[in-house]
Design a protein around this ligand. Structure first.
Ligand SMILES: Cc1cc2nc3c(=O)[nH]c(=O)nc-3n(C[C@H](O)[C@H](O)[C@H](O)COP(=O)(O)OP(=O)(O)OC[C@H]3O[C@@H](n4cnc5c(N)ncnc54)[C@H](O)[C@@H]3O)c2cc1C
Length: 382
């Protein structure tokens, strides 16, 4: 399924998000980069456009477009500063999705309406200083104490932590049980014993903040538990199936914008008395980029449509994330090269997109971990 074969309602969604991005978001993308901050009124505008709730059911305030609609919208959002979608992805793609998938219904009703409409911002706290790729080895503990759990430990690199109102936090109720002790909790920002560290200084994604979380005897009501005790790791991974598809969709959109800019520059820039686009040495990387973007888009749409039909897509989401994010790295490199010295200058957004592209191969599972996931599926018995 390519863009032109999408159902009419998704093509309308695609057009309206594209127009919003071009008229409202692109003019302010330098401001976000320079201030390393997204103005709250801009997030409010994004929320009013319904962009936090594209994939969520209408009963929670979403638009009910499902995962395919979410990916179609994210692809267009990727034509603006990457940090904008990163905030949305951390909030609803990961935090909200953990609550949506894990339940129970009371918790969904308590938190999803505010997250899905962008009134509250969420964060997803799985990674720890000693448990990144091996997230199942996390150390944060949750000790049951009557009608509450008491959390102790630390989380690292948590997107949205400096601005989040609620956190989906994974901790173990039984360290001996390994990954089978991991349990999810919704923790509110003003919980006593929760401290948010200062914002991390990063290579790119300026405007999207990350920080550490510290839990010291932080008491969380027992009814804030997401799903069953010991089912948290499975839930974290199921959530990442959705998250990785969103990331892959973002990579497709970001690469498409870089390709379009490169084509336009190659046609307009003259050297040796003709446009640089007249050289095969410039044409071929553009042809490769277009081919890879097309392939990545098909992978994303296919996996998203399957997810909407209730299929488990762990392997396909890992493949889409692996291919699309590595593809973006190559296309961003091509874009800088085609733009020559201008590609290295802050005057153009290309150098920012090049830096921003680097993170995609690291978070929500590195490229190596996607290969581990794919190989495990290939080599599984039966
Ligand atoms: C900007 C940013 C935002 C983030 N946001 C969040 C967030 O919101 N929530 C959250 O929970 N986490 C978040 N993270 C954490 C992110 O998911 C981890 O950084 C990532 O999973 C890698 O873990 P690590 O950094 O500990 O690297 P490590 O696990 O230490 O890996 C280091 C290197 O070793 C390789 N490696 C490790 N194990 C294997 C293996 N078995 N086979 C082959 N290679 C291997 C890795 O691929 C990598 O190249 C974020 C990180 C960043 C940088």
């Amino acid at each position: 399924m390519t863009g032109s074969e999408l159902p009419e309602e998704l093509r309308l969604l695609q057009r309206s998000v594209r127009e919003f991005v071009e008229t409202r978001l692109q003019p302010r993308e330098y401001l976000i980069e320079d201030r390393d901050e997204i103005p709250r009124e801009l997030l409010d505008e994004v929320a009013a456009m319904g962009l936090f709730g594209i994939g969520y059911p209408e009963r929670y305030g979403g638009s009910g477009f499902g995962q395919l609609g979410y990916c179609v919208a994210v692809e267009q959002l990727a034509r603006a500063n990457a940090s904008l979608w990163n905030v949305i992805g951390g909030s609803v793609g990961l935090c909200g999705m953990t609550i949506q998938l894990g339940g129970p219904d009371e918790l969904r009703a308590r938190y999803l309406p505010a997250l899905v409409t962008g009134k509250k911002i969420g964060a997803y706290a799985l990674s720890e200083p000693g448990a990144g790729s091996d997230a199942g080895a996390l150390h944060t503990t949750a000790r049951r104490d009557g009608d509450r759990y008491v959390l102790d430990g630390a989380k690292t690199f948590i997107t949205n932590a400096p601005i989040a109102d609620v956190f989906a936090v994974f901790a173990t109720v039984d360290r001996e049980a390994g990954a089978k002790g991991i349990t999810g909790f919704v923790v509110e920002r003003d919980t006593a014993g929760l401290e948010v560290g200062p914002s991390d200084a990063k290579m790119g994604l300026h405007g999207s903040t990350t920080a550490q979380l510290f839990f010291r005897e932080a008491a969380v009501p027992a009814d804030q538990r997401i799903g069953e005790e010991g089912k948290g790791f499975e839930l974290a991974l199921r959530t990442l199936d959705h998250g990785r598809l969103g990331l892959a969709a973002h990579a497709v959109g970001a690469a498409q914008r870089l390709l379009e800019a490169s084509i336009s520059y190659a046609k307009g820039r003259t050297q040796f008395g003709r446009p640089i686009a007249a050289n095969q040495g410039v044409q071929w990387p553009l042809a490769d980029a277009a081919t890879e973007i097309h392939a990545a888009r098909l992978m994303v749409y296919d996996a998203a449509a399957r997810l909407d039909h209730g299929e488990r897509v762990t392997e396909r989401a890992a493949m889409a994330k692996l291919f699309a994010t590595e593809m973006l790295g190559r296309v961003a490199d091509t874009a800088v090269q085609v733009h020559g010295g201008m590609g290295y200058m802050k005057e153009l957004w290309i150098e920012r997109a090049y830096r921003d592209a680097r993170i995609y191969r690291i978070y929500e599972g590195t490229s190596e971990i996607q290969r581990v996931v794919i190989a495990a599926a290939l080599l599984a018995d039966g």
